[in-house]
Design a protein around this ligand. Structure first.
Ligand code: SF4
Ligand code: SF4
Length: 405
């Protein structure tokens, strides 16, 4: 930690305030180029962040370490439908011209496998080390609006709930979020229905809107935090014109009009909670493989299990936490058997939790409309279609709340 003499510290603070004021005054009126984006990545790396962003790997766009703009998926887009995902070339060099892929930021904030503690025995001495007390500083580049909402959902469970997860809270505290407003909706997106996108309105340090027009390639930048303002001041930028702002608004409006799916949310909590015996649950059970893909790709699912591993001579042991799914038989296994022994009851549990009882637990929907569970379901089961089918044939009383409260 650097200690400044009182006067120098005051002067430093004053300069810092001017920087932030300058950037704030120009909020949403700044432009950076691809070179500016590289400077932004460099500035984050220079501050000790591991910069993570989208990259093409094995025929999909996933999140990986990003060192250069060239690591981003320039000129790629994705075609998504129920049970289908395919990368295609774009006719421009857009860096973020695709929707969300199979991974979400959950894999970094709430990793799929995490060691909670380890034990080593040396003679009579037993040493137990608990979970990580330090975590890497992560910078997420290209976070979509629905994903910011998904992170907020996980914050309520893993950071702000009655049983906070220390490692999650540490990762979250240090995370730097560079949002990207979506320039193209996927075929399974329905963020407009869930009021979670396509524009990021809060929860970011910086937000970019990509503007590609012939040879002109810029990013309109919006500042969301002091950390974002401070970083941006160290990145070459210039003022945006009204035309740039209008172009950015047009990008977001066009994306909003492209939603591949929609979900009627009026009274959905009451609709699902009053239909536990609807025949549609039998129908979906005929199709559902109970594979759990939908829960693995979902950015808000947070369920885990633990396993204890020991060596054969009892000198070491560790407890490992792993993502789990409400679609496995073991998940609801209590003494005597599994509480939810059929695909019908497991799908009903998952969907009713997402769209209904999540409101009772956490005050919001558990679904942010990212569409991943539709795209990555091997048999193309579509949560929006299942909800619509129940709504259209429900004879149970329908509530009058907007998504429940
Ligand atoms: S809904 Fe689809 S992805 Fe989810 S468990 Fe069933 S078959 Fe697998
Ligand atoms: S339930 Fe499906 S659409 Fe909703 S947040 Fe999860 S993966 Fe996305």
């Amino acid at each position: 930690m650097v200690i400044y003499p009182a006067t120098l510290a005051s002067a430093f603070k004053a300069v810092e305030c001017q920087i932030i004021q300058h950037v704030s005054d120009n909020q949403a009126r700044l432009l950076i180029t691809s070179e500016g984006l590289q400077a932004l990545i460099d500035a984050l790396a220079g501050r000790g962040y591991q910069v993570l962003g989208p990259a093409v790997r094995d025929g999909a766009i996933v999140y990986d370490t990003i060192a250069r703009v060239a690591d981003l998926p320039a000129g790629w887009t994705d075609h998504q439908e129920a049970g289908r995902y395919r990368l295609e070339r774009r006719n421009d060099g857009a860096l973020f011209g695709f929707a969300v892929g199979p991974q979400s930021w959950k894999r970094f904030l709430h990793p799929p496998v995490e060691t909670l503690w380890t034990m080593r025995r040396d003679g009579a001495a037993v040493a137990i080390s608990s979970a990580a007390t330090t975590t890497p500083k992560l910078a997420f580049l290209g976070v979509r609006a629905c994903e910011i909402h998904a992170i907020a959902v996980q914050d309520r469970v893993l950071r702000d709930g009655p049983y906070p997860d220390t490692a999650y809270a540490m990762r979250r505290q240090d995370a730097f979020i560079v949002a990207v407003n979506c320039g193209q909706a996927g075929g399974t997106c329905f963020c407009v229905s869930m009021q979670t996108g396509p524009k990021a309105n809060s929860g970011f340090d910086l937000a970019l809107t990509e503007l590609v027009d012939g040879d002109s390639h810029h990013f309109l930048v919006e500042v969301g935090s002091e950390a974002g303002a401070e970083l941006l001041e160290r990145v070459p930028h210039h003022p945006a014109t009204d035309a740039h702002r209008a172009a950015a608004e047009a990008v977001i409006a066009r994306t909003a009009s492209q939603m591949g799916r929609s979900l009627e949310t009026d009274g959905i909590k009451e609709l699902l909670q009053s239909n536990p015996d609807h025949p549609r649950w039998d129908d979906v059970a005929q199709r559902c493989l109970a594979c759990g893909n939908c829960t693995m790709v979902c950015p808000t699912c947070f369920c885990t299990t633990v396993e204890d591993h020991t060596d054969l001579i009892g000198n070491s042991a560790e407890r490992v936490r792993m993502w789990d799914s409400c679609f496995t038989m073991d998940f609801s296994y209590l003494h005597g058997g599994s509480v939810r022994s059929t695909a019908r009851s497991r799908y009903r549990q998952w969907m009713t939790h997402k769209l209904a009882s999540w409101f009772d637990q956490f005050g919001t929907s558990g679904c942010v409309g990212c569409g991943r569970c539709i795209t990555w379901c091997p048999v193309g089961i579509d949560i929006t279609q299942e909800a619509a089918a129940i709504r259209s044939t429900s004879t149970a009383a329908k509530g009058d709340q907007n998504g429940g409260s």
